[in-house]
Ligand binder design. Structure first.
Ligand code: NAD
Length: 353
C-alpha cells in the first residue's frame, strides 16, 4: 500500500489532478497495486480556509505519507504587494523547505507527434530525452544577500555535502538511463564552481559506469539549442538550473506537457506539473492534464520504483498523441480536439489496452 498526499491547489489544479488520480487508479487495477490518497489544502484555497498557504496539518500529512502530488497554486484573487498578507507561493517554498527537497528533476522528452510545435528544427530535437537536475535549497538563491544604500549583493555559497548529495541523485539517475552526466558550472570564474567541479569529480569516482563531463554554463546554454541530443542528465547549481531547465523545457514547445519531481532524503518526494494555475482557462474543461499525468509516472518511478506502470502511462500518452488527440494548447490542423476530462479518458483507455 502506497500513501499519497494530494494537493489540488487553485485554478486548473483540481481539474488536472482529478484526471491524474483517475489515471493512477487505472494503473493500480491493471498492475494490482494499492494506493491510498488523502487530499489537503495548499495555496490560495488554504489562505481562504485557514488564513495560511501551508497549514501545519498539510505539511504533517505530506511528511508522513509516501509521496506528494501537487496541481498548481495561485491566482489573481490572492495577488498582493502587501508584505504582511499571505501569498500562495509561500506555501510552495514552505513545502520544499519543510520536505527538505534539494533536488529538482525536470525531464524533457520530445514526443514525435508534437515535434512541429517546437520552435527548433525537427532534426535537432527528434529523440531528445534529457533530465535537468537542479540544486534547489542552496546556491545563489539562499546565500547571504543584502541592500546597503546604492549597493546590493547576493552570495553563491555551497558546502561540499550539498553538492555531493545532488550529484549522487544525478549519477543514480544516469545509471538507470544512458549513463552520461554533464555537471554544469562556471569554474573558470567562480570559486564555488571550483568546489562544485571538484566534488562532482570525487562523487563520480563512486559511479564508474557513468561518464562525467564538466561543462561551463554559458556553453551549456548554447549546446542545448545547438545539439540537445548530446545530453542525458544535466546537474547544476540552483540559479543555473532555474534558467537551463526553462530553456530545456521549451525544446518541446508546450507548457502543458512538462512534469517535474523534487526529491530529498528524509521526506517523501513532491511531483507536480511545471505550469501554473492558469486562471485564464480554469473551470472550462480545456486545460491539458498531461503534465500532471506524467508527474504521476515520475512518482511511480522515483518514489515507488514501479518502472513498468510508469512506462505504461508514458506509452499511453505517446499513443494518444500519435492517435491525433489534442487539448487546445497543443491543437493543430487535422487533429481531434478534446477537453481535460476527455484527454484523461483516452489516456486511461490506452492504458487498459
Ligand atoms: P501559467 O503556467 O499558469 O499559465 C501560462 C499560460 O499557459 C496561460 O495562458 C495558461 O492558460 C497556459 N497554460 C498553463 N498550463 C496549461 C495547461 N495545463 N493546459 C493548457 N494551457 C496551460 O503561468 P502564469 O499565468 O504566469 O501564472 C498564473 C498563476 O499561477 C499565478 O498566480 C502564478 O503565481 C501561479 N504559478 C504557480 C506555479 C505552481 O503552482 N508551481 C507555477 C507557476 C505559476
Amino acid at each position: 500500500m502506497h500513501r499519497l498526499t494530494v494537493l489540488p491547489g487553485d485554478g486548473i489544479g483540481p481539474e488536472v489532478v482529478r484526471e491524474a488520480i483517475e489515471v493512477l487508479n487505472t494503473v493500480a487495477s491493471k498492475f494490482n497495486l494499492e494506493f491510498e490518497t488523502e487530499e489537503a489544502l495548499m495555496g490560495g484555497c488554504a489562505i481562504d480556509a485557514a488564513g495560511t498557504p501551508l497549514p501545519e496539518t498539510t505539511l504533517e500529512l505530506c511528511r508522513t505519507g509516501d509521496a506528494v502530488l501537487l496541481g498548481a497554486i495561485g491566482g489573481p484573487k490572492w495577488d498582493t504587494t502587501d508584505p504582511d498578507k499571505p501569498r500562495p507561493e509561500q506555501g510552495l517554498l514552505g513545502l520544499r523547505k519543510g520536505l527538505e527537497l534539494f533536488a529538482n528533476l525536470r525531464p524533457v522528452k520530445v514526443f514525435d507527434a508534437l515535434i512541429e510545435s517546437s520552435t527548433l528544427k525537427p532534426e535537432v530535437i527528434h529523440d531528445v530525452d534529457l533530465v535537468v537536475v537542479r540544486e534547489l535549497t542552496g546556491g545563489l538563491y539562499f546565500g547571504a544577500s543584502a541592500r546597503e544604500g546604492d549597493r546590493a549583493y547576493d552570495t553563491l555559497d555551497y558546502q561540499a555535502y550539498e553538492v555531493e548529495r545532488l550529484m549522487k541523485v544525478a549519477f543514480e539517475l544516469a545509471e538507470k538511463r544512458r549513463g552520461v552526466v554533464h555537471s554544469v558550472d562556471k569554474a573558470n570564474v567562480l570559486e564555488s564552481s571550483r568546489l562544485w567541479r571538484q566534488t562532482a569529480g570525487a562523487t563520480g569516482a563512486g559511479y564508474p559506469d557513468v561518464e562525467l563531463n564538466h561543462m561551463l554554463v554559458d556553453n551549456c546554454a548554447m549546446q542545448l539549442i545547438r545539439n540537445p541530443k548530446q545530453f542525458d542528465v544535466i546537474a547544476t547549481e540552483n540559479l543555473f538550473g532555474d534558467i537551463l531547465s526553462d530553456e530545456a523545457s521549451m525544446l518541446t514547445g508546450s507548457l502543458g506537457m512538462l512534469a517535474s519531481a523534487s526529491l530529498g532524503e528524509r521526506y517523501p518526494g513532491l511531483y507536480e506539473p511545471i505550469h501554473g494555475s492558469a486562471p485564464d482557462i480554469a473551470g472550462q474543461d480545456v486545460a491539458n492534464p498531461i503534465a500532471t499525468i506524467l508527474s504521476v509516472a515520475l512518482m511511480l518511478r522515483y518514489s515507488f520504483d514501479l518502472e513498468t506502470p510508469a512506462l505504461a502511462i508514458e506509452g499511453a500518452v505517446e499513443a494518444v498523441l500519435a492517435g491525433g488527440f489534442r487539448t487546445a494548447d497543443i491543437m493543430s490542423e487535422g487533429k481531434t480536439m478534446v477537453g481535460t476530462v476527455q484527454m484523461g479518458d483516452v489516456i486511461r483507455r490506452a492504458i487498459e489496452g
